[in-house]
Design a protein around this ligand. Structure first.
Ligand SMILES: *[C@@H]1O[C@H](CO)[C@@H](O)[C@H](O)[C@H]1NC(C)=O
Length: 297
């Protein structure tokens, strides 16, 4: 109760006066202090984002919703509004990067969401090609005997036709699976073979699709901000989402074999434990989670 009241008063009154006093003492506004003080990365961009969102000034508040094409103009407008000299190229460049990261994150989510909303369609040649590509990448020495075949179970689908297994993740699930197999082929084959373990085995493709949902929900609720702001000094791309997915698949397999669950029946519980672990790592504002940290593809 008192905590909430204090938070309310802080945001409503005290923050304003604190900013005013600091401006008087340093001769700089909050944005200038944030952009001048911290090194590039998540800490800086998250501070910029927070400062803009909680500003009383409409131009500043709207800056967090700017689109990529408008970033340059937006930077100029913010500087004009705060009476910062356009000659201050350091401030300008840094604000530019932060705004690209902020708008890029939102754009990336929209792109990922659009792919997720495309259902797998077996009448679509491109979809079918990707599915066959997945098979060939994972099973280079075995021919698929027919499009509808029990063989799909060998790479961890549920029945004789994978199309029904993508469900809520749509094409995003397939694109993720193909990306991992293509860019980390050795790791993918190794994990597939481990997933056939007689006691600790799991369904490779089904779990892969499940991890797409984990990556997707972390992106959606903003948990990937620090990771992506640290990783890309500009617009994050689809590629960066796929890379994060690869990290999840690789780490989940390691986690699963370390934990040694009694059976696949406990998937829920271990998935949640893994999810909590990843969420914890993502809270560190210096975080970067990539597979490349541990091994080059
Ligand atoms: C992933 O697994 C969790 C836990 O079993 C489940 O609640 C969720 O619906 C699954 N998601 C997908 C896309 O299969």
């Amino acid at each position: 109760m008192w905590g909430r009241l204090w938070g309310f008063l802080y945001n409503k009154y005290f923050r304003f006066w604190l900013k005013w006093v600091l401006r008087l003492l340093t001769g700089k506004c909050e944005l200038q202090r944030v952009l001048g003080g911290a090194a590039a990365g998540a800490r800086r961009t998250l501070s910029v984002e927070h400062s803009l969102e909680s500003s009383k000034n409409k131009v500043l508040r709207n800056a967090v919703h700017v689109e990529e094409a408008e970033v340059e103009k937006c930077v100029r407008d913010v500087m004009k509004e705060k009476r910062i000299e356009q000659r201050d190229t350091g401030f300008k460049a840094n604000l530019h990067i932060s705004l690209l990261q902020i708008s890029g994150y939102k754009k990336l989510y929209l792109n990922v969401e659009n792919l997720r909303k495309v259902p797998y369609d077996s009448e679509n040649e491109e979809h079918e090609e990707q599915l066959i590509e997945l098979w060939n990448l994972l099973m280079p020495h075995e021919n698929l005997k027919a499009r509808i075949s029990k063989q799909w179970c060998d790479i961890g689908f549920q029945g004789d036709d994978p199309k029904t297994d993508f469900r809520g993740m749509g094409l995003l699930g397939l694109v993720n699976l193909v990306y991992f197999s293509k860019h980390y082929t050795n790791e993918a084959r190794q994990i597939l073979s481990r997933s056939n373990h007689p006691k600790l085995g799991y369904s490779y493709a089904i779990v892969g699709i499940n991890l797409t949902e984990m990556a997707y929900s972390l992106l959606k609720n903003g948990a990937l901000k620090s990771h992506l702001y640290n990783m890309v000094a500009g617009l994050p791309q689809m590629e960066h989402f796929h890379q994060f997915y690869c990290y999840l698949v690789y780490e989940f397999d390691k986690f699963w074999f370390e934990e040694e669950p009694e059976s696949i029946m406990h998937f829920n519980q271990y998935r949640e434990k893994f999810h909590e672990k990843v969420k914890g790592l993502l809270l560190d504002c210096n975080v970067i989670l990539t597979l490349q940290n541990t091994k080059k593809p």
